[in-house]
Write a protein that binds this ligand. Structure first.
Ligand code: ADP
Ligand code: MG
Length: 317
């Protein structure tokens, strides 16, 4: 199958929202008047971000999910995306499953594939998503204030647990692996929650590299510190009975960490409920710099947990 047949067969569908979709030199979109565009790109490389032999349906889902998660962290409503694909070969059954997984998630969010690029090369998937927010309402990393509560959505740690099990570093029961693997391979981007938090959250980020590392980005951008209450995180994993490091520094969770002032606690609960997304309060923002981990008695827990960094040479503790 040639490049153009491949694009036509697997990546071309009738445009609904775009003025012009796949097939010309550019796609054309008509943004909603007065809205700001939110744009983000995430790349997945075989061997680096996923096993080359992973189920292509789940890979299609995840490639788009990690991008939608960035829109969620900004409180943006998804509009459209482009897909740049490097493929070692043109394998019809692989492409059929990959596009099916990707479009299933795209349809859930009415996010339309409007273009891309296809080339031969080591399996790499780069997606750029476009979304929109009302001007000035995007959730940024920089707005956290001393006294704000810190929240996290959903569950943490299971994706890392599954990864370590698949790498043979730990052993899990068949049942536990199935549950954890679902979180690794088919994360749920918290788009509805992100939109519901517009005007409520003072700062937000999605957890891709680990809770502590990603929260640290909020602290750096907002010039504040934080205290995390570890007892609030003891039940954060779906598969229980594993060290807290999975929750604190696992990564690949694609949950939202966000801050909001204490007088909006009821409002946050209401927003989470309206988005059908559980959230838990895990700590608070301090004027004093740095991130502190406190146990149930308020005693500092040592926490040399490192988040994932592609260019770091140091070993994870
Ligand atoms: P050009 O040579 O103008 O860059 P291409 O031949 O690369 O165009 O692509 C032809 C059309 O197919 C364009 O509209 C492009 O956006 C689209 N396209 C190419 N690859 C993909 C893909 N993987 N997914 C969706 N659309 C694609
Ligand atoms: Mg091209």
């Amino acid at each position: 199958m040639g490049e153009f047949d491949l694009i036509k067969q697997f990546f071309t569908r009738p445009s609904r929202r775009a003025v012009l979709g796949v097939g010309d030199d550019c796609a054309l979109l008509q943004p909603t008047p007065g809205m700001q565009l939110a744009i983000s790109t995430d790349m997945l490389v075989a061997g680096q971000h996923f096993f080359a032999d992973v189920d292509p349906f789940t890979l299609g889902h995840k490639a788009l999910a990690v991008n939608l998660s960035d829109l969620a962290a900004c409180g943006a409503t998804p509009l459209a995306f482009t897909l740049a694909l490097a493929l070692p070969e043109s394998n019809a059954s692989w492409l059929a499953a990959f596009s099916k997984g990707m479009f299933a998630l795209a349809d859930q969010h009415q996010c339309e594939l409007v273009g891309g690029d296809t080339t031969r090369g080591p399996l790499t998937i780069s997606i750029t998503v476009l979304g929109e927010t009302p001007p000035g309402q995007a959730l940024l990393r920089s707005g956290a204030q001393p006294g704000d509560d810190i929240y996290v959505s959903g569950t943490l740690g299971d994706a890392c647990l599954a990864l370590e099990a698949l790498q043979g570093k730990i052993r899990l029961s068949v049942n536990d692996l199935a549950q954890a693997r679902q979180r690794l391979e088919q994360p749920t981007p918290r788009v509805t929650l992100g939109v519901a938090l517009r005007g409520i959250a003072t700062a937000a980020i999605d957890v891709s590299d680990g809770l502590m590392g990603d929260l640290q980005h909020i602290l750096d951008s907002s010039h504040v510190g934080a205290s995390l209450h570890t007892e609030s995180l003891n039940e954060a994993m779906i598969v229980s009975g594993h060290p807290l490091r999975y929750v604190l520094a696992g990564g690949d969770d694609y949950e939202l960490v966000f801050t909001a002032p204490p007088h909006l606690r009821e409002t946050v609960i209401h927003a989470a409920h309206s988005a059908s997304t559980p959230v838990r309060r895990i700590g608070s923002i301090d004027a004093r710099p740095q991130l502190r981990l406190l146990d149930a008695q308020g005693v500092m827990v040592s926490g040399a947990f490192k988040s994932f960094d592609h260019f770091s040479d140091s070993v994870q503790p």
